[in-house]
Write a protein that binds this ligand. Structure first.
Ligand code: FES
Length: 229
């Protein structure tokens, strides 16, 4: 896999969220939901970097960012990796649902292609960092109200909290309608496609898929069916 050299141009702290501005070749900036694998020579630990926003000289990487990273550090980058969010046509009302402790990985879906945006609402209990001023946000306890409103869901969930996804969408699963949505599953990816270690596996319908390679964005209905088994 080809490696590129990037640089940590800036570390940003807002409401406890630690983002990193990554300077890198624009052709490797990941699409929403995709990731780059980053290695800092000091730590030798591979870190998946998801895009929180585009920047002219690279991108703003969503948390978590390793505490050891400092502005000016050089990093080795591989990717972009994985399957990101795809944009189904004919969406009029999009619900963004952040079930983890940050909204950052979902926000590129708002800033992206602004002219053809559906109506978008965010449901989240995470700190409201970096939200566009016209994006409405509600706590997760109001998510049930969106089931009659949204015609597509874009969800972000930590892999170790997949049961929360089932809990939050349980009512919707009982409805005799086709569930339309995609889920970004994130978490520990120790080999990130390089060794097929299997640690990142999730069940989609009746089969196991690797988050690092087959995801990290999966079809919502298939993931819910896998959780229910
Ligand atoms: S992290 Fe090893 S297979 Fe996905």
């Amino acid at each position: 896999m080809q490696r590129y050299t990037g640089r940590i141009a800036e570390i940003q702290l807002h409401l406890g969220e630690r983002n990193a501005l990554i300077a890198c070749p624009v052709e490797i900036v990941p699409e929403p939901g995709q990731y780059l694998l980053a290695v800092n020579d000091d730590s030798l630990q591979a870190t998946p970097l998801f895009m929180a926003d585009f920047r002219s000289q690279g991108f703003l990487a969503a948390p978590p960012i390793p505490e050891s990273w400092r502005p000016g550090d050089q990093i080795s980058l591989m990717g972009p990796l994985g399957h990101g969010f795809s944009s189904p046509q004919y969406i009029q009302r999009l619900a963004l649902v952040a079930l983890g402790n940050t909204n950052a990985r979902l926000l590129p879906l708002v800033n992206h292609d602004r002219l053809n945006q559906p109506s978008i609402t965010l449901f989240s209990d995470a700190p409201l960092v970096g939200l566009p001023p016209d994006l409405e946000a509600f706590p997760l306890e109001d998510l049930g109200d969106s089931f009659n409103w949204a015609d597509f869901f874009a969800v972000d969930v930590p892999r170790e909290q997949l049961s929360i996804l089932g809990d939050n969408f349980r009512n919707f699963q009982r409805e005799p309608v086709v569930l339309r949505g995609q889920v970004l599953v994130h978490g520990c990816m120790p080999c990130s496609t390089l060794a097929d270690c299997g640690i990142c596996a999730v069940r989609i319908k009746r089969s196991w898929k690797l988050t690092c390679k087959d995801g990290p964005v999966f079809d919502l209905a298939g993931l819910l069916r896998g959780i229910a088994l």
